[in-house]
Design a protein around this ligand. Structure first.
Ligand code: SAM
Length: 277
């Protein structure tokens, strides 16, 4: 930390990168081209920002801590850095990409306390995001890229699989940050799918089905999904209802969720409206 840099604040999950070797690897994996439109989430004291600005003429960033916003504005003028003082969870990424006329490359050493909500916020704007490179807690990345029937496989894995492919690129130890966190981190690349593998999954019964299944991950599917889907419906999809929830692939959950939606729609159609009572 240079003397003019504000000290780290725990409540914003601040751990500032200072290892030039790690920063260079991160930027190399991004392979920035001058015309790329980057959005950095949580630029902090500007370690990654600085490296990126050596490769692209201009950058967009969103930072919640006003001390750091002031610090960065002293360092970079608006011609180099368009900096928004805001909670990234409130940023309309789709609107920003529409204004800029291109899909964004989102990057960030995400604050651990809100890393998963931030990730899913970005993926809700998947149509506006070309790719996403984020530094996350190692345990979260292991859950993102887990295979069925392994301990890390779960709700996060399946929910993510409906929106993007994930590739864990390399690990970063606590010594690369100031102050050092208590966990190891991984730099991960996410590529949002251009065509959704499970159409409608995001807005429909998919999250509910996945949540119900993994709440009882060691129980049979028939048991875990009892409130949502009768056993015979599960069987009719070619899925054995006696299987354990954690053994199913993301595509199986896509089919189960569509069945839940279909049954609900049919039940809704049969329910008499208020005017018929
Ligand atoms: N990018 C810097 C680096 O690598 O040194 C800082 C990373 S630090 C782990 C996380 C950054 O995200 C901090 O600057 C923090 O203030 C900011 N932050 C935390 N929550 C945020 C939110 N909801 N929206 C925007 N920025 C946030």
């Amino acid at each position: 930390m240079t003397t003019d840099e504000p000290p780290a604040r725990k409540r914003y999950g601040q751990h500032f990168l200072h290892d030039p070797g790690v920063l260079e690897r991160m930027v190399a994996s991004l392979d920035p081209a001058p015309g790329d439109c980057f959005l950095e989430i949580g630029p902090g004291t500007g370690a990654l920002t600085h490296m990126l600005l050596a490769r692209v003429p201009h950058l967009h960033a969103v930072e919640i801590d006003r001390r750091l916003v002031a610090h960065l504005r002293l360092r970079y003028g608006p011609d180099r850095l368009s900096l928004l003082e805001s909670d990234a969870l409130r940023l309309d990424i789709t609107a920003l990409a529409a204004t800029l006329g291109q899909r964004l490359r989102v990057v960030g050493n995400l604050p651990y306390n809100v890393s998963t909500p931030l990730l899913f916020h970005c993926l809700r704007h998947a149509g506006a995001v070309r790719d996403l490179h984020v530094l996350l807690q190692r345990e979260v990345v292991l859950r993102m890229v887990a295979r069925p029937s392994t301990p890390d496989y779960g709700r996060l894995t399946v929910t993510l699989a409906a929106r993007a492919s994930a590739d864990s690129l390399f690990e970063v130890g606590p010594g690369a940050f100031r102050p050092p966190p208590q966990v190891r981190s991984r730099w991960v690349r996410l590529l949002p799918f251009e065509t959704e593998p499970f159409p409608g999954a995001w807005d429909t019964a998919f999250p509910e089905t996945v949540a119900a299944a993994f709440q009882k991950r060691r129980k049979t599917l028939a048991n875990a999904l009892l409130p949502l889907l009768p056993s015979e419906e599960i069987r009719s999809l070619g899925i054995d209802p006696q299987r354990r929830a954690e053994t199913l692939g993301p595509d199986d959950y896509g089919r189960l969720a569509r069945a839940v939606s279909r049954i609900r729609a049919a039940a809704g159609a049969k329910t008499p409206g208020p005017e018929s009572s």
